[in-house]
Design a protein around this ligand. Structure first.
Ligand SMILES: NC(=O)c1ccc[n+]([C@@H]2O[C@H](COP(=O)([O-])OP(=O)(O)OC[C@H]3O[C@@H](n4cnc5c(N)ncnc54)[C@H](OP(=O)(O)O)[C@@H]3O)[C@@H](O)[C@H]2O)c1
Length: 355
């Protein structure tokens, strides 16, 4: 039954994914005599961890119980006390977890502490759980956000036809699916031209999900005008990233708007660590071509989500997914690919780098 309870803990973590940043989403289940005594997920950064909540809910009955956790319990003092202390105090007999927490502050120390407290500890690895935590480990080890590029394209790789109307390349199922994906990210990133041409809101519009990822716009010259900007029609935070030389006067106008910040930066390699320091550990780049190309050629896209519509477009003034220098095939890399998913004819391909 270990796999069953551990899977339950993982599904609790999945349920709250995206809402715990910069902490990872974790689920925990307390079981004794094959009865589930309590279950919990970590609600948000600064609030108790899943293990602590589940043990609290189980109360005195947690003595001699087994605790199942999707991630190795922490052993360090952060915003909340170490989980290993609560596990010991509750009289837990055994802990079963899935992924070792690769955060250098934990990285095996949690299980080591539990074992020295006389608690039986078992790790059961599950590939899905490793996948789930990979972006968190990646961001904490590299001190920059994990970067997903989400692209809507025709089957011949076009993201915008000559008339630049790319809003309806993919179908409504795909658009709804994107909202779920956005809800799991801390920020979405677009170029200023996409904001001007597409007039997007870049918000999460999924019934029942309240989540407001920061809307980051790369606008080197601050050409976006606050007097006519679709992003201001919704109240999620906006971060406009511009060059050191961009207009001070335009910056002043933007600063008068609610929920808007301006960040002057020198290059993408300094921008990403700055975003991480602001607590943004998973971001989704949503285009257009110049921005995909900037991130791709700098090697910062960790995962592509290609949403491919069964359409083929002719012409020569369209935009492909990527511009950039001419390459030969030998210079390209092969990504790992998840089994493709189909949404009423649209195909979703997820390409990942080895992280
Ligand atoms: N199908 C899809 O998935 C999809 C998604 C999004 C957009 N699109 C389409 O893509 C088209 C727009 O793409 P695009 O390539 O023309 O423009 P874009 O990528 O949306 O935006 C380019 C903007 O980014 C700024 N920029 C570029 N590098 C920068 C840097 N290092 N730092 C700060 N700012 C930087 C540029 O500033 P300066 O020019 O001022 O230097 C420019 O304003 C539209 O037709 C849109 O519909 C398609």
């Amino acid at each position: 039954m270990d796999h069953y309870y551990l899977n339950l803990a993982y599904h609790l973590a999945l349920q709250n994914a995206g809402k715990t940043s910069p902490n990872p989403s974790v689920g925990a289940v307390v079981v004794k005599d094959n009865q589930i005594l309590a279950a919990a997920f970590h609600p948000a950064a600064g609030e108790p961890h899943a293990e602590v909540l589940a043990l609290r809910k189980a109360g005195a009955a947690a003595k001699d119980a087994t605790l199942y956790c999707s991630l190795e319990p922490c052993s360090h003092q952060g915003k909340t006390p170490p989980c290993v202390n609560a596990i010991k105090e509750a009289g837990t007999k055994r802990v079963v977890f899935s992924a070792i927490d690769r955060n250098p502050l934990v990285n095996g120390l949690g299980q080591q502490q539990l074992k020295s407290d006389g608690i039986v500890v078992d790790q059961i690895e599950m590939p899905a759980v490793n996948h789930f935590y990979a972006p968190f480990f990646h961001s904490i080890l590299k001190q920059r956000p994990y970067v997903i590029a989400k692209v809507g394209a025709t089957a011949n790789g076009i993201i915008s036809p000559a008339d630049r109307n790319s809003r309806w390349i993919t179908n409504e199922w795909s658009l709804a699916w994107v909202h779920h994906l956005r809800a799991q990210c801390d920020a979405v990133v677009v170029g200023a031209d996409t904001v001007i041409l597409d007039r997007p809101h870049l918000t999460v519009r999924t019934p029942g999900i309240i989540r407001k990822p920061t809307r980051i716009v790369l606008d080197s010259r601050l050409k976006l005008n606050p007097e006519d900007c679709s992003l201001l029609e919704s109240d999620a935070p906006i971060l406009i990233c511009c060059a050191e030389t961009a207009s001070q006067e335009r910056e002043r106008l933007w600063r008068e708007c609610k929920n808007v910040e301006i960040l002057r930066f020198q290059g993408i390699s300094t921008l990403l660590p700055a975003l991480f320091k602001r607590g943004l550990s998973k971001i989704m780049v949503e285009g257009g071509q110049k921005i995909f190309t900037l991130f791709h050629t700098s090697g910062y896209i960790d995962e592509y989500v290609l949403m491919i519509a069964p359409r083929l477009l002719t012409g020569k003034h369209f935009l492909n997914i990527l511009g950039g220098p001419e390459q030969s095939l030998s210079e390209t890399q092969r990504y790992q690919v998840d089994p493709p998913q189909e949404l009423d004819g649209d195909v979703i391909m997820r390409l990942r780098k080895n992280v």
